[in-house]
Design a binder for this molecule. Sequence first.
Ligand code: MRU
Length: 352
Amino acid sequence: MIPTLEWTEDGVRLLDQTRLPLEETYILASDYQQVADGIRNMIVRGAPAIGVTAAMGVALGVKQSEATDVAALKPEFEHICRVLAATRPTAVNLFWAIERMSKRFSALAAQPGITVETIRTSLIVEARQMYEEDIAACRAMGAHGASLLPNEGGVLTHCNAGALATCGYGTALGVIRGAVEQGHNIQVYADETRPFLQGARLTAWELMHDGIPTTVICDNMAASLMRRGKIKAVVVGADRIAANGDVANKIGTYGVAILAREHGIPFFVAAPWSTIDLETATGEDIPIEERPASEVTHHAGKQLTPNNVGVENPAFDVTPARYVTAIITEKGVLRAPYSESLQELESVVSGD
Ligand code: MRU
């Protein structure tokens, strides 16, 4: 399996996704600020991967703290969490992971006589546990979602919701992997995903690595392929799913969902429970990250647009729940009305 991120004694090792597919290089984020930079600069990206990387960043920050007692460690811990939380606003997995580390810290800090050393060790264990849980969740999504995909034919995906966006196996690509493992004969169509090209660079790279037949298309080709009957299903990931089932995902996902509806093609969203945000009522309330204009005006250092032209670069959009055929999670497959099915699953999860 492709090691997207990894805890090491010296820091968090990240596969540099900005250099793929031409170079397979790793960087070592050797303090929590470097971990934050790695997330902000998209060395590591994809909602679940961002979350676990941030948890490891928290553990690394505490490991390197010079605090000798819990009272001194607490404000430092809170500062580390704030720095990591300020990296990217849309993927709720980031905040979920930091919150989980904070709860663990508070529970440990409340134990009478606990040492800073024990807290350090326990936070590393917690972050590594989240890494393992993420891979298990992806595999479970693959098992739950596989039968939803066609036995034969084209499946379109947008952005990269694969092993590279998680700790391994992937969410949307996990469902595709699950179907392929069950013998489905699938041809993946990967939207190139302007402007960062996660589809052309990352999805194509990782699927070819696994020998899964993959064709890259420009974002503006999907409608034509659907019309010609080449796409039998769409499966994408998510950065945040609101309580009513609205889905924030990579910019362009909304357009794909509308096209799928127009052509009578099922549109599936695969996401772990850590991507569900029941505190956020609808997609309207999801913060959408604006990325630098240079991602649109330039490619590989080459200017594409005239000087001073106006540019918009929202990194995500929101697909209204009514376009979503099903949400595939590690706990099972949810159907509309999502405000009810998500709430029902929440009761089960909180009783786990
Ligand atoms: O900006 P990115 O590359 O972090 O955006 C990633 C996506 O939009 C993915 O589809 C989403 O995080 C799901 S990843 C399993």
